[in-house]
Design a protein around this ligand. Structure first.
Ligand code: TYM
Length: 334
């Protein structure tokens, strides 16, 4: 029997190309696990993606590829609302209102803004700065209870809550306050070449990230080259960030705890360990890649899912937007 008022879950990924295993275990995989328990909205955040320069034809292709990937990973369009962010105008509309209640100083302090501004110094645009406000709009439009994300998005989630509280205080109860859902194993997958930094889609070193599109040999080769350390103990500790990262990845892909993984590899050498991690990851990726390819061959199906998703999302989002417009005093006719 369906619950009358099930809680709402919202999350999104940017269609900025090559997704990594970090995106999978930090976000998408958890969406699949949670989709039975919540009313779920999963977006493809193309409005966010254009805060750094995109090639238009590639952005369009990556958007469709990401839709296929969501479904290939197990997101069920019959049970979730899956849509492209720019297809629902309320996101940009609410973001504008929220921009007027967000301070420049707050945005300048955001870690991701500082990182991206340093990386794209030639293109520090207003959208890059207001990125967390748009993300707040995404979440708040759906009266979201839960947002499953990786650790790197925690600060953005906190600002979304701050903005919601600020709006509610000024105009009366309007937005529900969202909570993060951040898993233990896999919330922060680190770079294979520099395990003190997160694995990122945009890393210039292709050996640093394992992409969801990598074939088996590439996955195994990247893990074989992963940076570890000079002693030989396969244990997780702060002094051993490389090995800890590999244990985390193994645990996340194997569906076990890090402690269980440590026990499994006790007494083994790094070579065997890295090979096992690579094989385990490749085994999980192969069926996802095959399914994504199959789905991409059926563009009409994907287009239909996305257009129905956008309609459903727009319906829900509009309700919140109109409430906001009324509260801030916009004239809507007599
Ligand atoms: P994005 O596209 O950078 O990343 C998508 C998701 O993947 C997680 N993630 C990781 N998790 C673990 N280890 C890693 N190395 C790693 N790298 C990325 C991210 O935490 C994220 O959950 N702003 C968001 C997209 C967004 C969004 C939203 C998310 C737009 N609107 C509303 C939640 C709610 C972003 O850029 O994610």
């Amino acid at each position: 029997m369906e619950e009358a008022q099930s809680k709402v879950l919202y999350s999104a990924v940017q269609p900025s190309g090559n997704l990594t295993i970090g995106n999978y275990v930090g976000a998408i995989r958890n969406w699949v696990a949670l989709q039975g328990q919540f009313t779920c909205f999963y977006a493809i955040a193309d409005l966010h993606a254009i805060t750094v320069r995109q090639v238009p034809a590639e952005l369009r292709r990556h958007t469709l590829e990401l839709a296929a990937l969501y479904i290939a990973c197990g997101v069920d369009p019959a049970r979730c609302t899956l849509y492209v962010q720019s297809n629902v105008p309320a996101h940009a509309e609410l973001a504008w209102v929220l921009n007027t209640m967000t301070y420049v100083g707050e945005m300048e302090r955001m870690t991701q803004f500082k990182d991206k501004a340093a990386k794209h110094a030639e293109n520090v645009n207003m959208g890059l700065m207001a990125y967390p406000v748009l993300m707040a709009a995404d979440i708040l439009l759906y009266q979201t209870d839960v947002v499953p994300v990786g650790i790197d998005q925690r600060q953005h989630l906190e600002i979304a809550r701050d903005i919601a509280v600020r709006f509610n205080n000024r105009y009366g109860e309007t937005f529900r306050l969202p909570e993060g859902y951040i898993v233990k194993e896999g919330a922060k997958i680190a770079s294979l070449q520099d395990p003190l930094h997160k694995m990122s889609k945009s890393d210039e070193n292709p050996n640093a990230s394992v992409y969801l599109s990598d074939d088996r040999d590439t996955v195994i080769r990247k893990f074989r080259r992963a940076v570890t350390d000079s002693d030989n103990a396969i244990v997780a500790s702060e002094q051993k960030p490389g090995v800890t990262n590999l244990l985390n990845i193994y645990a996340a892909f194997r569906g076990c705890t890090v402690a269980e993984a440590e026990k499994e590899f006790a007494g083994k050498g790094y070579g065997d360990f890295k090979l096992a991690v690579g094989e385990t990851v490749a085994d999980v990726l192969a069926p996802i890649q095959a399914e994504q390819k199959r789905l991409l061959a059926d563009k009409a199906y994907l287009s239909d899912i996305l257009s129905r998703g956008a309609q459903a999302a727009a319906h829900t989002a509009r309700r919140t937007l109109l409430k906001v417009y009324r509260k801030v005093g916009f004239y809507r006719g007599e």
